[in-house]
Design a protein around this ligand. Sequence first.
Ligand code: GDP
Length: 451
Amino acid sequence: MNDTIAAISTKLGVGAISIIRVSGSKSIEIVNSIFKGKDLTKVDSHTINYGYINNGVEDLDEVLVSVMRSPKTFTRENIVEINCHGGISTTLSILDLIVEKGARLAEPGEFTKRAFLNGRIDLTQAESVMDLIESKTDQSRKLALSSLEGSLKKYIQTFRNKLKHLLANIEVNIDYPEYYDIEEVTKEELKETIKILKEDLTNLIKKSEERQILKNGIKTIIIGRPNVGKSSILNNLLKEEKAIVTDIEGTTRDIVEGSIMFDGIELSLIDTAGIRETDNLAEKIGVEKSLSLINEANLIITVLNGSEELTENDLFILSQVEDKNPVIVLNKNDLPLRINKNKLKFKHIVSTNTNTLDGLTPLKEEIKKMFKLEEISEDDYTYLANNRQLTLAKKSLQSLKDAEESFENNAPIDIVEVDLKEVFELLGNITGENYNDELLDELFANFCVGK
Ligand code: GDP
């Protein structure tokens, strides 16, 4: 990690400016050797310096160079950033020159990896850097930023401190068993603290699972037999003519996708072929696809034509979704209702039409309720951001439960201690207190170069 790395941090292409970032002990010297302007080795830290990049023969570009000295930088190393004119040729020739002078091309995420390895950020913050870059909605941006500012890191630190205190008490208890008083205190504290920690972690996991949806969008499938109004609903939601709407049954053969922003979160919509028994091959493939998509979706919108009695086909579709918490839409409510709502044993049933502007409002309101969208926007933003963090948290919770069980079964205190130590370790893995190279390689491989 002692070498100096360089990369283009902006998107390579034609643009007003590009930024080339250099980090490492030799970064200032390297850039200084190709810079025509002030002596960069002598300028103050955190200054922007005007000049030219020169390859020894000619000037390549007129630039602004930021010099930031260790340790108050992103990587905690010396960082130099060159703002040059955007454009592939200029940017690449400056980068080439920097490499020629002794820097190495950075790997994806290597700047962030250095920030982590040098103790500037923990793993949850590193992961949120990528989340922030990738965030498409207001909500996902807020979540990522909160993590970057260290909300999860602080939460886990506090949690681990409580465990540490508890473990210290247990140690005393094991080392000095003759002090009966200490054992009593420890057992009381143990019982209470384990209970609180368990509840706390359970809540965090639950909340985080709900918020995975904020980050990834609600994957939504619209199903129903042909002609009930699926495409019309999809179109109304998308407010554009993406799916083909016709009166001929089975016209929406392909799966049509689109997404809408919904209260700051993304609803990715998939319209599928009308589900029914069919011999038409193209249609059949669509139907099979829709049934398989049911299991992937976070939200299943099952559409019925409310103005017609339930058909065999409707009943078949309802049977496919009955344990999947779908929202049942009785569409065409501008026509007389012919379905007996009481016969439908579903929790979420709404009545809609696609003819009026607010005809789909009941459906939208139900979705907000189902995903607690209003609550989430007012809530705090500490959460586990991805599967890695969630899996570790769930393992920690299991070990906490094991500790509680051992305790309740009057197991020797050192057995309880083993489980609590496990919780301590697992939580440390979330923040990267303990890490291995393989994990880091995998994690940072998903980053873009220059970050
Ligand atoms: P899909 O096959 O389920 O995708 O159904 P479509 O969206 O293609 O709609 C089938 C037919 O029903 C079209 O003629 C639509 O205009 C009509 N339709 C859709 N929604 C409504 C509604 O709310 N009320 C009425 N009366 N007709 C509708």
